[in-house]
Write a protein that binds this ligand. Structure first.
Ligand code: FAD
Ligand code: NA
Length: 389
């Protein structure tokens, strides 16, 4: 078997972007592996037969960016709907808009404060712990937005996210809690946002629609019983690796810690269950953090959706073990120094580039992963393909 010019481990957005660039810029022959049975990594989605909903298999994915380079790049492969992300939260039997804005504040305090009045009130309430250096997340939350709003909207939600009481969590987890002193409830502040018109997977397929890119699914890079494995390839062909960096080195210095999310699917015999795509649950009586009603991400597809059925995924957050899908890096000081150790080992790997959220142990949004893949291609991968490095 002849080796290709480049092997990419992982068909997520980092791998897809590198494959697309390698073919376009250098005419390389690329083999891309993924242990899963589909491309797209965590941004993969599929259409649900019963409801017509596009289900984001690894959790809700909203595309947004302020980078013109990234926006132009992604628009080569898909158009975007005019979806604008907004979130609601249920607290104490009432539904409030998020992020906390003047609508939330006035509904919560049964008031009609002006922006200045609301700001004065929150400043006063946030002064409760004035002069004290917050020792945990609970005190930090109170000192940022005051006890009433913190306890209503942040405290129990955070406890569910971390499965830990906020008084036991480090203050460093949050640096700010945004409160908007106007009625703007748009979740993202970016210049562009939207959802891919015919779904995420159609977008990703178009990125690699080229005979020089071969995708091998269900292939684990660490499985030595198949030919596309680490020992057979590293040192013989340039490799871009987007799996977990600690796994690459066989966890020799320990494991990097992640949080994961479990999803519980519910089906309802009604057209619309929540009236919005994302409903958070701020209180501890509901065990999940939020529920996603996928049909409502795509109201422009109503004609193709089932008017009498809907599907909802409830999200439960917890610490990940090695067998779980790693979602959010925990990033304690010890994680950071462990990552540095692995990163130094990675630099010594011959002709291997580590990328993406797992390969660099960073939380990246999709637009950030695309931006880092474009930069990494230009800076490191293209020279490597040209044999200049
Ligand atoms: P991944 O998508 O994780 O791809 C890595 C791939 O490598 C995977 O497919 C994996 O199977 C494969 N792999 C790993 N090990 C091996 C191996 N040994 N052999 C072969 N293949 C292997 N971003 C947004 O912009 N907006 C959002 O709303 C948003 N919501 C998110 C919600 C959740 C719950 C999560 C977890 C992420 C969210 N993101 C969101 C981030 C987005 O998912 C990432 O930015 C993007 O998917 C990262 O791409 P990647 O290629 O780095 O990694
Ligand atoms: Na991801």
């Amino acid at each position: 078997d002849q080796l290709p010019d480049l092997v990419i481990v992982g068909a997520g957005l980092f791998g897809l972007t590198v494959a697309q660039q390698a073919v376009e810029k250098t005419g390389a022959r690329v083999v891309m592996l993924d242990v899963r049975d589909h491309i797209g990594g965590n941004a993969y989605s599929y259409f649900d037969k019963e409801t017509g909903a596009e289900i984001h298999k690894y959790g809700a994915h909203l595309f947004h960016t302020s980078s013109e380079v990234v926006w132009k790049y992604v628009n080569r492969f898909t158009t975007f709907t005019n979806y604008v992300h907004r979130v609601y939260t249920t607290h104490n039997g009432e539904v409030f808009p998020l992020p906390i804005n003047l609508g939330t504040v006035n509904q919560f305090f049964r008031a009609s404060y002006t922006p200045a009045e609301a700001k004065a009130l929150i400043d006063e309430q946030a002064g409760e712990l004035a002069g004290k250096d917050p020792q945990n997340l609970n005190d930090k939350g109170i000192s940022l937005i005051g006890r009433p709003l913190y306890e209503a909207f942040i405290k129990n939600y955070t406890a569910k996210q971390w499965q830990t009481d906020p008084t036991e969590l480090p203050a460093s987890i949050i640096s700010r809690l945004p409160v908007r002193f106007n009625y703007d409830s748009r979740y993202f502040k970016d210049t562009w946002e939207g959802l891919p018109t015919d779904g995420y997977t159609a977008w990703f397929e178009r990125m690699i629609d080229d005979p020089r890119i071969e995708v091998k699914l269900g292939v684990d890079f660490f499985d030595e019983s198949q030919p596309w494995n680490k020992s057979a390839l590293v040192g013989r062909v340039p490799v871009v690796y987007t799996g977990p960096i600690d796994r690459y080195f066989n966890y020799s210095h320990g494991e990097l810690k992640w949080r994961t999310v479990d999803f519980v699917e519910r089906r309802y015999d009604e057209g619309d269950h929540f009236g919005c795509p994302v409903m958070n649950f701020a209180d501890s009586d509901v065990p999940y953090t939020r529920a996603i009603e996928f049909k409502n991400f795509n109201p422009e597809r109503r004609a193709q959706q089932n008017p009498d059925k809907t599907v909802v995924w409830e999200e439960y957050s917890r610490f990940a073990s090695r067998e779980d899908e790693p979602y959010y890096p925990i990033n304690t000081e010890s994680d950071k120094s462990l990552y540095e150790t692995y990163s130094e080992l990675a630099d010594q790997e011959p002709n291997v580039v580590f990328g993406g959220r797992l390969g660099t142990y960073k939380y990246y949004d999709m637009h950030q992963v695309i931006a880092t893949a474009l930069a990494s291609f230009e800076r490191t991968i293209e020279p490597m393909l040209a044999g200049k490095e």
